[in-house]
Ligand binder design. Sequence first.
Ligand code: NAD
Length: 356
Amino acid sequence: MTGIFEDLSTLGHEQVCFFHDKETGLKAIIGIHSTVLGPALGGCRMWKYASEQEALKDVLRLSRGMTYKAAVAGLKLGGGKAVIIGDARADKNEKLLLAFGKAVQSLNGRYITAEDVGMTVKDIDTMRTVCDSAVGGSNEGGSGDPSDMTAFGTFRGMKAALKFAGMGESFEGVKVAVQGVGNVGYHLCSYLSAAGAKLVVTDIYPEQLKKVQEQFGATVVAPDEIYSTDCDIFSPCALGAILNSRTIPMLKCKIVAGSANNQLEANEDGIELFKKGVVYAPDYAINAGGLINVAAELDGYNKEAVVSKVTKVYDTILDVLETSKNKSIPPHEAADALAEQKLAAKKSVDRAFAPV
Ligand code: NAD
């Protein structure tokens, strides 16, 4: 294992904080990757990590991803993330959430927390009783569940990918295979169905499948069949690392565009998709709708303004795909380059006007 500072140096983090509260059993890590563009915003994930190293690795990876997501979405926000080590079903309680809220508060706004895996809108409400830096609650001015806006952004990004692939912009008759019809996947199916797409779906929970089958006439396939489904668009909306050396050879789609975070298992998998001629809409660029939604709370939440901003995910995806084509680099590298450009531009402005 490498040392912590070696990891921070490789990934470029500013700060990592460990929080412990003996009374409630809170064990949390907050990773602040960058505050170059603004305060570091990112959700809190509660997960039963197999080891502390695994939790640290996750928070470092996720917080870095948030920096890139915010930059590409054009938000004045940095990247951060928190993890609480524990089982959300068994170990989560009010006292623990309050202890975590106080931990976030102690950072004086450098990190703003939100929902992620294992957390709910209600949990954010609890944290907000002791913490000013928590967004996505049900309070007045709170943005609530972000999944509909994530789905809408993903839908807009898919439209851009269709156009880029020379397939027009209409979803009429376009066959989309959706992996995971949970919060985001369900809303995405709703947008796609209304636009005339033909849906093939999979999930591991039969109740979720029944809902999309009944409401949108979707065809259901087994979880492993989704990769080889003959379709126009494959839309990963469940797990990370599902684009890998096992699954990529099975794909029969022209486009991969979905909401899941960290879809590529490794950088090489993005290169492989590019070589195969599959148009890939980079995950953090297409799924930014949820972040745009929660971030809007910081300026006074206005749904109309949010929808207008999320609509522009279309332009971001088109821009990234055009850059990828013009520079002959895979789209995920084009998205990284766009984020890094924005960070470098801000850093150079800050240097130019720094007090002497
Ligand atoms: P969710 O938990 O509500 O839905 C995920 C669905 O995937 C569930 O129905 C689950 O049963 C299903 N699933 C799990 N394993 C599966 C498998 N092996 N095969 C098929 N289906 C499987 O989560 P969500 O909020 O809808 O988020 C979906 C993805 O989008 C996640 O990767 C999440 O990180 C990402 N994301 C979500 C948001 C948001 O606003 N919720 C924002 C950005 C990114």
